[in-house]
Every structure is written in C-alpha cells, then in structure tokens.
Design a protein around this ligand. Structure first.
Ligand SMILES: CC(=O)NC[C@@H]1CCN(c2c(Cl)cnc3[nH]c(-c4cn(C)nc4C)nc23)C1
Length: 283
C-alpha cells in the first residue's frame, strides 16, 4: 500500500478473511485480502477483553507504535490498525513461508551458509532497530518469519521497548533466549538482543537452544554460567562468533556492526547472497 494508506480509516469490511495462520493467547492471526487492491496481508485480531484483563494494553500500544514506524526488509511491516467494540485489528505484512521455527523443525538444523545468512539478516534488522532506539527483547525462532524470497523477517514486537528499560515484565514463554541480566531483572539495554542473536545462531546450527535443559532451574544455571557444549560439526569460526556474543558482561558482547565483519559471516554469507530457494518450494 502507498504512503497515504495510513491516513485511511480501515475497517473489517475492507478485507476478505482467509484461513487462520496462527493462534495466540490474545487472539488469532488470519490470512486476509484487501478487497480493492487484492493485497494479501496477515490480520492479527486481539480481543479487548483479554487485553484489558491482562493489563497488557501498554504492550499492545507499544507494539503498534513501534512496528508502524520501522521500515526494513528484515522487519515484518505493520501497515495500520483499526478496532471495533470488541477487537483490535493489526494489519501486518504476510510472510509467505511462515515461521522459521517450523522450517528449523522440518530440517532439524541448517547448514552453515543458510544459518549465516539468517544471522546476517537478523543482525542488520537489529542494527536498524537499535538506531531507532528499539530493543526487540524477544528474538527467537517463533518470532522470525520467512518471506517469499526466503528472507528473514522479525515479527511480534509485543516485547520490544525503548531503551534503556528495566521494566519487570512477567516472563512468559521460554527462558532459553533470555540474557543473564534479563533473568536477574537488572536494567538491560540493546545488549540483550546481541545475547539472543548468539542463542539463535546456536539453535540454527544445532537444532536446539544452547541452554536447553530438563527444567527451568537447570536452564537458569546454564545461562548464568554460560555452560555451552558445541557438537563437533560446528566449525571453529562459528564457535568463535558465538563465544563473542554469549558473554555474561553486556558491555563485552561483540557489537552488532562487528558481527557483520566476522570471518564466519564474511565467508558463509557474503553480501548479495540470499537464502537458497529451498526444496519445499519445488515440492
Ligand atoms: C507461533 C506462530 O505460528 N507464529 C506465527 C504467527 C502466527 C501467524 N503469523 C504470521 C504473520 Cl504475523 C505474518 N505472516 C505469516 N505467514 C504465516 C504463515 C505462512 N505459512 C505458509 N504458514 C504460516 C503460519 N504466518 C504468519 C505470525
């Protein structure tokens, strides 16, 4: 949609609704098509009752204001929003190949070139977020979607905040991606996204998160003391990069701009190389 779309007051009658794409705690995401342009979008429907009950209204408001402002090829666009008496509707970009975690589950793990391309693109998206003073805070495969050219798109800014923030959020979902300072409720900065980038890199290469454990106390302990085992198929250069991201002290983590210059990225994800159209396309 072009620039003046956002001034337009959208309504549900502007869309033909398609199949549900995913079901969330606060509502569902539907495939939808704008009637006039036939533009396909993802329509995220949130119930006001659920939002008011769980006092996450500020989180939803923040997700909207942040994601509407961000324009980057590796960040899922939010084109606008509207509401009726019961629901809030977020008009989001439709990512043709769905959530990265499904691709990862199907493949088990990615080869070094594919993993490095996703890490490179995620790094670029995070650099862009940080220049806009936004910390994502919830970088994990479930929140990463795959576009029609198999490019990565960060979605779900529900947890993002303006930096620096020490707001205590009820931590729901997996601990695997949380940084030591976030677990300890210490004030956290952009560096939490650098930590999660290291966790994601490991999970793309190995198929499991680095601090995976049978219970949350074990995960907590592994995160705090950075207890990681690298399978022997992980290359030295990949281990070197992860070793520079998964550092307890946030100030000592490799800055995102240096990630793009790291030998593992330079060798496996040179500029201009994009994810191979993987075989699911040819099926
Ligand atoms: C846990 C989970 O499914 N998270 C994904 C959210 C639900 C759908 N959302 C989508 C959003 Cl917000 C945007 N685009 C999507 N595309 C898909 C999708 C495409 N395929 C082939 N399968 C799916 C699924 N889903 C979305 C985000």
């Amino acid at each position: 949609p072009n620039q003046n779309e956002k001034k337009k007051q959208w309504a549900l009658t502007d869309f033909d609704l398609g199949r549900p794409l995913g079901k969330g705690k606060f509502g569902n995401v539907y495939l939808a098509r704008e009637k006039e342009s036939h533009y396909v979008v993802a329509l995220k429907v949130l119930f006001k009752s659920q939002i008011l009950d769980s006092e996450i209204e500020h989180q939803v408001r923040r997700e909207v204001e942040i994601q509407c402002r961000l324009r980057h090829p590796n960040i899922l666009r939010m084109y606008g929003y509207f509401h009726d008496e019961k629901r809030i509707y977020l008009i989001l970009e439709y990512a043709k190949h769905g959530a990265l975690y499904k691709l990862l589950k199907e493949r088990g793990r990615f080869d070094e070139k594919t993993a490095a391309i996703y890490v490179r693109d995620l790094t670029k998206a995070l650099i862009y977020c940080h220049t806009k003073k936004v910390i994502h805070r919830d970088v994990k495969p479930e929140n990463l979607l795959i576009g029609h050219n198999f490019e990565l798109k960060i979605a779900d800014f529900g947890w993002s905040v303006h930096s620096p923030s020490s707001r205590r959020m009820t931590l729901c979902g997996t601990l695997d991606y949380l940084s030591p300072e976030m677990i300890e409720g210490k004030p956290h900065t952009y560096a939490v996204d650098i930590w999660s980038l290291g966790v994601l890199c490991y999970e793309l290469l190995v198929g499991l998160p680095p601090f995976d454990a049978k219970d949350s106390h074990q995960t907590y302990r592994k995160i705090r003391y950075v207890i990681i085992k690298y399978p022997d198929f992980v290359s030295e250069k990949a281990k070197d990069l992860m070793g520079k991201l998964l550092v307890i002290n946030p100030e000592q983590r490799l800055p995102l701009t240096h990630v793009l210059q790291h030998p593992w990225i330079i060798e496996n994800a040179p500029e201009g190389v994009h994810p191979p159209i993987c075989n699911t396309e040819q099926k």
